[in-house]
Design a protein around this ligand. Sequence first.
Ligand code: NAD
Ligand code: MG
Length: 398
Amino acid sequence: MQRQVVILGSTGSIGCSTLDVLAQHPQRFSVFALTAGRQIDKLFAQCLQAKPLYAAVLEANDAQLLQQKLRDAGSATQVLYGAQAFADLAAHPNTDIVMAAIVGAAGLLPTLAAVQQGKTVLLANKEALVMSGELFINAVKQHQATLLPIDSEHNAIFQCLPAALQGGCYQSDLQKAGIAKILLTGSGGPFRQTPLAEFDAITPAQAVAHPNWSMGRKISVDSATMMNKGLEFIEARWLFNCTADDIQVVIHPQSIIHSMVQYSDGSVLAQLGNPDMRTPIAHALAFPDRIASNVKALNFFEVADFTFSKPDADRYPCLQLAIDACRHGQGATTALNAANEIAVEAFLNGQIRFTDIARLNARALSRFASHSAKTLDDILALDQESRLYAETELGSLS
Ligand code: NAD
Ligand code: MG
């Protein structure tokens, strides 16, 4: 039987790659709903192609426009709007699989709504887990949702775990399974070799031009500061039920190894492939089966070299901030994530320098590190408080 898929954030980089994989397997999957923030032209084109029953956008005006265009084009897709509509579609009784690919904190509530209905949740939206790790994983356990990682590193780690552990990796005992370390790889981004003296002058255009991956603007800036690896460090802590001491970040500029698991007998298992998100997406969509993704097969005769190094703390201060936040707990990670979203947005808008992102994040972390955030209300309140703090601090940076 076809599985019904909802894509939260269908117009983004992950959303488009997901639609690409789904279109290759029409007998397995059917698109139940697509959602986007404001990109209605792109969503319109996607609706004509994937023919979802529902589409949803943030604003009422956009929904009206989109509905009219779709009707004129002979489409039967029904358009809804507002954050509640995203959550309702994710939790709809007919929904089997939810691809959580909204960027940032905005993805938390609809993703959680899917978890609370015990859906199969394909998690790309790492910020949701960074904000609410403990609460989110408890909800996965309580509602017996299936949680599958889309982030390429976490998907790689998942694939390198013993098969018996994969389904419940978020509650596994790594030591008992003979796992000594999770090796989280990262390319080091576009400024791995840029002289530190030039960091102040880095422009948004330079920061979003990732050498290996094509991604949305926010995650591209996060990759340049390596905050992305920091968020992934926190994500790994929750997805694989481990501590900060169990995870080691390794710079691997070629992005061919997507992460590794080191076992106590000395074996290291790695997942490799060309850097294309359709691989982890296809893996998670079909899990435990394997389906084609249209990703070019890795040709070892074309891979020039494989190199590895330790991350340099002076070059990537955001990475250390995230690791520190991970050790502090959920309040710290919520606050850091929120401040980082404000900082990245301000950098992309030309309001602050590249190096100010880490400065702002450091201020927010030192202010909120010891705050606790247990319930969803606590988390959302702290997220807001940290955003407001970061916005006020913006002015004092330049
Ligand atoms: P993107 O910016 O390309 O797309 C984001 C999507 O979210 C768009 O569809 C946009 O319309 C929607 N959106 C934005 N704000 C919204 C809001 N307030 N409410 C509802 N919808 C909103 O981002 P992306 O690169 O596809 O990344 C999506 C998520 O996946 C991020 O959390 C990112 O960290 C994660 N991720 C991305 C990649 C990648 O290769 N792009 C890899 C790993 C993880
Ligand atoms: Mg990643």
